[in-house]
Ligand binder design. Structure first.
Ligand SMILES: NC(=O)C1=CN([C@@H]2O[C@H](COP(=O)(O)OP(=O)(O)OC[C@H]3O[C@@H](n4cnc5c(N)ncnc54)[C@H](O)[C@@H]3O)[C@@H](O)[C@H]2O)C=CC1
Ligand SMILES: C[C@H](O)[C@@H]1OC(=O)[C@H](O)[C@@H]1O
Length: 253
């Protein structure tokens, strides 16, 4: 098993991609700590699935936009599971809104959750890995939106480009500690984040038509790429990004 003996931490893991990745890592042998913001039932159900796989799991509540959540999450994970080998920064929001009348609080909240929160989470996880002294893997759930724009995502796409930029810089800062830092770039994955946006059938059909593999993504599509970057198979991969988009990005015409 690729993650046997490793401890994996995932933020925003009560639903969607984070949940699939947390359970997927457990399936590949890891013990897993989940951060979640509000959905206690979702978090407990994910922990139950992890335990049913014979692994240890814990759920820790906290809003990632508060820097204090980061140090508390890492401390509670270490207390329960002993160490941090892999940190997956997944929590994120995308409240679709037009540019010209973007409310200040929507802009600021998106920045705080997606980027500021990531910064302090990654910093806290990295400090724990440095203390342990035997390396680690940090993975940011960035997006294809780090590379392309979105009319109703002017507040969101900069956070995803920023997350990737953060991974590139911390890959340099942490290389000497053998801590690898990489980004995943999911395309459009069917989760709660875009349920309302894709309720527009015309838009959904258009999006599907743009994808060479012929379908929108599912949260489970992110499991293999995450497990790879988390595992020792990726021992010489750092500062990199991997598109997981069914080919959407390269399909210009
Ligand atoms: N679904 C998609 O098409 C894509 C998603 N992504 C990214 O993947 C990540 C996961 O999103 P999805 O699973 O799609 O959406 P989702 O809405 O199902 O999951 C987002 C998770 O983040 C949590 N979260 C939100 N605010 C939080 C906060 N302040 N503190 C702690 N947790 C918080 C939510 O509770 C939820 O569990 C996000 O960062 C998103 O930007 C990237 C590319 C495409
Ligand atoms: C939420 C969107 O459907 C999704 O988020 C991303 O990061 C992708 O680029 C899609 O736009």
């Amino acid at each position: 098993m690729l993650l046997e003996g490793k401890t994996v931490l995932v933020t925003g893991a009560s639903a969607g991609i984070g949940r699939a990745v947390a359970i997927g890592c457990a399936r590949h042998g890891a013990n897993v700590a989940l951060n979640f913001s509000r959905d206690v039932d979702g978090a407990n159900a994910a922990v139950a699935e992890i335990e049913a796989l014979g692994r240890k799991g814990i759920a820790v509540q906290g809003d990632v936009s508060d820097p204090a959540t980061a140090t508390a999450f890492i401390a509670k994970a270490v207390e329960a599971l002993g160490r941090v080998d892999v940190f997956v920064n997944n929590a994120g929001i995308c409240p679709f809104h037009a540019f010209l009348d973007m409310p200040v609080d929507t802009f600021e909240r998106t920045m705080k959750v997606n980027l500021h929160g990531a910064y302090f989470m990654v910093q806290a996880a990295a400090n724990q890995m440095v203390k342990q002294g035997d390396g680690g893997s940090i993975i940011a759930m960035s997006s294809i939106s780090a590379l392309v724009g979105g009319e109703y995502q002017t507040h969101y796409t900069p956070t995803k480009a920023g997350l990737h930029s953060l991974m590139q810089s911390v890959a340099i800062a942490l290389g000497k500690h053998n801590i690898r830092c990489n980004s995943l770039f999911p395309g459009t994955i069917l989760t709660d984040i875009n349920k309302d946006d894709l309720a527009d059938q015309a838009k959904r059909t258009y999006m599907e038509g743009r994808i060479p593999l012929g379908r929108l993504g599912q949260p489970e599509d992110l499991v293999g790429p995450t497990v790879f970057l988390a595992s020792d198979l990726a021992q010489y991969v750092t500062g990199a990004s991997l598109l997981v988009d069914g080919g959407a990005y390269v399909n210009l015409q």
